[in-house]
Design a protein around this ligand. Sequence first.
Ligand SMILES: [Zn+2]
Length: 216
Amino acid sequence: MANFVYLVGDSAAREVFLIDPAWQIDTIFKIAQKEDLKITGALVTHAHYDHCNGLDELLERTDVPIYVNADEVDFTKSLGERGGTLFGQFPASNTKKVRSGDSVKIGGIDLTFIHTPGHTPGSQCFTVGNRLISGDTLFIRGCGRSDLPGGDPEKLYESLTQKLMKLPDDTILYPGHDYSDAPTSKMKDEKIKNPYLMCTTLNSFLGLVGAGGKGL
Ligand SMILES: [Zn+2]
């Protein structure tokens, strides 16, 4: 499904968090070991299974906190069995509920949480310095779907225009899927080239997302 999984942290302290624990946990651990990095936590952009299907395997290997937006935890809990194979569940023992504006230290660096509902109720993005890790809220020249359970196109519009559009131009975007020619982009370019960010009214945005979005 062309997911991006990221290791983010402190290169001096060799301490990293795993963003979106999914698919190839063994490979991720091998890379971390090779680079002499210790995985001390995990961050979940949202609960779709392609972003968290490695959670059990991760916790079998190491007992680390999992940071999930509070609304996403509550939403997946409310779905129960109806969450089926589309949504993951988060074990209470390791899950730390976070909210917009919260931050966490990884070694000596600060990571900040931004709640960006719309793709799912508790979708969240992370900023570290001038880097934005956007999950499925914002892609390079695209945005996430809002037609899946828990999706809300009006909230997605608000998240994109009121939160992500306000980030500085020099912000570098790291999306949740490899849907473009390049793995990253500059917000400066997205603001003028991403058709979803260029919508100046909710109605024009709703017309555009009606045409469909990408991936899960
Ligand atoms: Zn998704």
